[in-house]
Write a protein that binds this ligand. Structure first.
Ligand SMILES: CC(C)(COP(=O)(O)OP(=O)(O)OC[C@H]1O[C@@H](n2cnc3c(N)ncnc32)[C@H](O)[C@@H]1OP(=O)(O)O)[C@@H](O)C(=O)NCCC(=O)NCCS
Length: 181
């Protein structure tokens, strides 16, 4: 697997409840009518067996936003470093027994093509493996060439389709068997 190294000013960390409004805003911009609402994100976060990770980059000119740095404390206390900086992307995973799913993944438009999607998917797969998963599933719009290329580069393979799952397009069902470590 090749590809651009993720930017050195980017960190991947846990996604927290206080990030969800920002995530949902970005989700609406990226996914439009099929976006998850903030209440749906809350519901998924509350389920056991799910994990959410985010990528953030240091914002130019904002020393308080330096990745790894800390913002001044406010009424709710200091934010952990994984909530600081400019949002670049996120991934939501679920796992149960030996099976895991990529529930959603996105990189903000400004941050695409910089290895962030690859880093997020890698973090999601590592989490799935740590939960004992042997296979990771996902579904993707057949027209989504960038996502298909990303998934194939990780070894995901098509095993089925859902006809007309998206307006005017099939969903491709993919799985990736995790090699034993
Ligand atoms: C799919 C998506 C997550 C990729 O994120 P990204 O941060 O741009 O991806 P990366 O820079 O890490 O690229 C990793 C690989 O993805 C593929 N890829 C990314 N952008 C691509 C493009 N425009 N065309 C073709 N392949 C592309 C390539 O295989 C790339 O590897 P390479 O650089 O070695 O060629 C991003 O385009 C996105 O958020 N799209 C909108 C939301 C979406 O469709 N999510 C998936 C729903 S199933």
């Amino acid at each position: 697997m090749t590809g651009p190294a993720v930017r050195s000013d980017t960190t991947i960390g846990d996604l927290h409840w206080w990030d969800l409004a920002e995530i949902a805003d970005n989700d609406a911009r990226i996914f439009g009518p099929t976006a998850w609402t903030v209440s749906y994100y809350w519901a998924v976060m509350a389920q056991s067996g799910t994990a959410m990770f985010q990528a953030r980059t240091a914002s130019a000119g904002d020393s308080s936003a330096a990745v790894g740095g800390q913002r001044p404390s406010d009424s709710v206390g200091q934010r952990p470093s994984d909530s600081v900086g400019e949002l670049a992307g996120w991934i939501v995973m679920s796992a149960s027994g030996s099976e895991a799913d990529v529930m959603t993944i996105a990189t903000t438009e400004a941050a695409r093509g910089q290895g962030i999607g690859r880093s997020l998917l890698s973090a999601g797969i590592d989490w799935a493996r740590s939960r004992g998963a042997h296979v990771v599933h996902l579904e993707v719009d057949e027209r989504n060439e960038s996502a298909l290329a990303l998934y194939r580069s990780f070894g995901f393979e098509e095993w089925g389709r859902r006809s007309d799952y998206y307006p005017g397009a099939d969903a491709i069902l993919m799985q990736h068997r995790l090699p034993p470590e």
